[in-house]
Design a protein around this ligand. Structure first.
Ligand code: FPP
Length: 240
């Protein structure tokens, strides 16, 4: 608890609605992404300050490559030029990237590497940026690695259980407690599928650039009211 709120360990956000935010203002979609990035910079600091230990965000899905060349190029440039700004020199946040490295330019890869290197010794908080990420690809890549390790005799079939498998997923990201998708869409869209098995879901209607600190507090309030059972029975329903 933090004051009146229950604080989730792991919050995951699908950053949706940048394009519609821009359209509503008669702006180019790219400016929506820029506004989304500016919001994420502030919001991520606030979320860690609240006591959340792990924050995952969906920055770019494997499917997002299907968008126009202009939009994909803009996003890649935004990533390359701005990732550094996500480093908070006053706090102990480790930044990692989850997703396939294929299809990403050397410039984007270098920017990712720089941020990971600069924060690799930080350990209190984890900021997981999912880029060129797909939940099914995550599971497939983990399975391939497990098969290889098995073939090489590094692991046995007895080792394999749910927790063991999870450690093979990109960066061994833990279970999600609160999953938020902005903009009113009610879908997971191939985000962190394995880790969202028991996540509480929250779908505010605001577009991501408007999902500010106040909005996040509302999400926490909603999370605080939820009664998590993980498939079990609520205490006050037993024997009924
Ligand atoms: C979804 O909005 C957003 C994206 C595909 C990109 C998200 C990227 C950012 C917020 C930039 C900053 C991120 C990092 C980590 C540097 P949309 O384009 O699908 O919006 P729409 O549904 O209204 O069209």
């Amino acid at each position: 608890m933090n004051g009146e709120y229950k604080i989730p360990n792991h919050v995951a956000i699908i950053l949706d609605g940048n394009g519609r935010w821009a359209k509503k203002r008669g702006l180019n979609r790219s400016l929506g992404h820029k506004a989304g990035f500016e919001n994420l910079k502030k919001l991520s600091k606030y979320i860690f300050k609240k006591g959340v230990k792990v924050l995952s965000v969906f920055a770019f899905s494997t499917e997002n490559f299907k968008r126009s060349k202009e939009e994909v190029d803009y996003l890649m440039k935004l990533f390359t030029n701005n990732f550094k700004q996500l480093i908070d020199h006053n706090s102990d946040v480790k930044i990692v990237f989850s997703g396939r490295k294929s299809n990403l330019s050397n410039e984007v890869l270098a920017a990712m590497h720089e941020v990971e290197e600069a924060t690799k010794n930080h350990s209190t908080y984890l900021f997981n940026i999912c880029l060129n990420y797909g939940g099914r690809a995550d599971i497939i890549d983990a399975t391939k690695q497990i098969a290889e390790d098995y073939k090489e005799g590094k692991i046995t079939l007895e080792d394999l259980d749910e927790a063991f498998f999870q450690k093979y997923l990109y960066n061994g990201i833990p279970d999600i407690d609160l999953l938020i998708r902005t903009s009113g869409e009610i879908r997971i869209s191939n985000f962190l599928l394995y880790q969202s098995a028991y996540a509480e879901m929250y779908f505010p209607s605001v577009f991501f650039p408007d999902f500010d600190e106040k909005q996040f507090d509302l999400a926490l309030l909603e999370y605080t009211k939820r009664d998590r059972k993980f498939g079990g029975i609520k205490d006050d329903c037993k024997n009924n």
